[in-house]
Ligand binder design. Structure first.
Ligand code: URP
Ligand code: ZN
Ligand code: ZN
Length: 469
């Protein structure tokens, strides 16, 4: 493996900000210092004028995910290539237990699909059955397989939802074994009533997705999950938080010293429910769960990022094409053309996270570069047992490094993105801040518009204890 020297960049981590060179050997950071000499055969990259940040860590993706009626359109190869172009070098993807089967079997299947990944990958396990056996399997996943976090759904009754007893039992097992439960917090049973009523009344357009999933039901479920986790004495991570009510529950608990953590996603920070009104069924592109909300929620989320009540921005990349072709109806939003409740829930975003967060947090709101790195890399790495191998630029860490131009303005266009999905939520949006070069364990995988990586070069990362910042 080549020895690599990145010269003259401004190194920014979650705590530091200084000018230095980075020498990489065997995929790890060997030396950081001023005016390091390039010996013979060393591959040198000029980072003058650029910021060197740790590779992004996206802890919420659904790649090649089949949940019966629909399947996400990115393979691990295409989804992780898109991630890399967006400056993300590690994804933690959701693998799932099938009902009636061991989660260990779910992990085995996921490993086969994930073998084509081009950046490093870890797995969370979605638990669908909480039985004595699957609780025992959770311990095996944590101790033996490096899978130390679990997602449980409080929504989607009959499909993914777990009852409170199951959630509580899983929390106890995770909490006492260094693991963490991630919750999808919405009151699924009440939402089901609202959805059925809407469809019966002929309210079938995409906007009814938002109208049947009220913010109060996200707040209620978040509050309940926190209460259960307190009783279980287990850390909790609230995924894709979108509502002020939910954030309020998180903030109140954190103020009492409860170990509750939460992420939000770029779409909740930049978009509102007005997008559901788009003509020609285009509102379906924005059907993800929880739904987009109004400006008051958006303001609350930005405030939560500023106060650290929200600690992570991840993507919830769950891509379905808008059009039926070329991949077929199973991969398409068109399934719900006549009934919003049949639109596959999920939206893409894996490639645009870093530029959007940089533009919105650092440029528009004056947050520090350190905070930008914390939100997109260091804190998710710490919370999910990847730090210090991932999430920082330090001697001994994996040389996952992004060279970022803080001044370049560009326009987001689906046609220029690398996912297989046929749209972006941010079409035509101008952002400032662009990923220029990406190194994965010292190998240059993105060089401007050029792809230098290859499928299968990503490694599975066994994760350690979760829930610690
Ligand atoms: O709409 C979404 N978020 N789809 C992915 C599944 C989930 O709930 O994260
Ligand atoms: Zn979810
Ligand atoms: Zn998700």
């Amino acid at each position: 493996m080549a020895t690599v020297l990145i010269k003259g960049g401004r190194i920014v981590t979650a705590v530091d900000d200084y000018q230095a060179d980075i020498l990489i050997e065997n995929g790890r950071i060997h030396t950081i210092g001023r005016d390091l000499a390039a010996g013979p055969g060393v591959e040198v990259h000029d980072a003058a004028g650029l910021i060197a940040v740790p590779g992004g860590v996206d802890v919420h993706t659904h790649l090649d995910w089949d949940f019966g009626v629909a399947r996400t359109v990115d393979t691990f190869a295409t989804g992780t290539m898109a991630a890399a172009f967006g400056g993300t070098t590690t994804v933690v993807d959701f693998c799932n237990q099938n009902r009636g089967e061991s989660p260990l079997k779910g992990l085995e299947d996921w490993h086969k699909r994930a073998a084509s990944a081009a950046v490093d990958v870890g797995a969370h396990m979605i638990m669908l059955d909480v039985t004595d056996q699957s609780l025992a399997d959770m311990k095996t996943l944590m101790a033996r397989e490096g899978v130390t976090s679990f997602k449980l759904f409080m929504a989607y009754p009959g499909v993914l939802m777990i009852d409170d007893a199951g959630l509580f039992k899983a929390m106890r097992i995770a909490g006492s074994n260094g693991g963490m439960i991630c919750v999808h917090a919405e009151n699924g049973l009440v939402i089901q009533v609202l959805v059925e009523e809407a469809v019966k009344r002929g309210h079938t357009a995409p906007k009814y997705h938002m109208l049947t999933r009220p913010a109060s039901m996200e707040g209620e479920a978040t509050h309940r999950a926190i209460a259960l986790s307190e009783l279980a004495e287990a850390p909790l991570y609230v995924v894709h938080l979108s509502a002020a009510e939910a954030l309020h529950a998180v903030t109140e608990a954190r103020d009492r010293g409860v170990p509750v953590h939460a992420e939000t996603c770029p779409h909740y920070l930049f978009l509102t429910g007005e997008d559901y009104e788009r003509p020609e069924f285009e509102g379906a592109k924005y059907v993800m769960t929880p739904p987009l909300r109004d400006h008051s929620h958006q303001a609350a989320l930005w405030r939560g990022l500023a106060t650290s009540d929200l600690q992570v921005v991840s993507t919830d990349h769950c891509p379905f094409c808008f059009n039926e072709q070329p991949y077929g109806i199973k991969y398409s939003k068109q399934q719900g053309k006549d009934d919003f409740s049949k639109i596959p829930n999920g939206a893409p975003g894996i490639e645009t996270r870093l530029p959007l967060v940089f533009d919105g947090a650092v440029r528009a709101r004056g947050m520090s570069l350190n905070r930008f790195v914390g939100l997109t890399s260091t804190t998710p790495a710490k919370l999910f047992g990847l730090f210090p191998r991932k999430g920082t630029i330090a001697v001994g860490s994996d040389a996952d490094i992004v060279l970022f131009d803080a001044n370049e303005s560009w326009t987001i266009r689906a046609a220029e993105q690398h996912s297989r999905v046929d749209y972006t939520l941010f079409e035509g949006r101008q952002v400032t801040g662009r990923v220029k070069k990406v190194f994965l364990r010292g190998r240059l995988i993105v060089d401007g518009p050029e792809w230098k990586g290859r499928e299968g070069m990503g490694e599975f990362v066994r994760r350690g204890e979760c829930g610690k910042i």
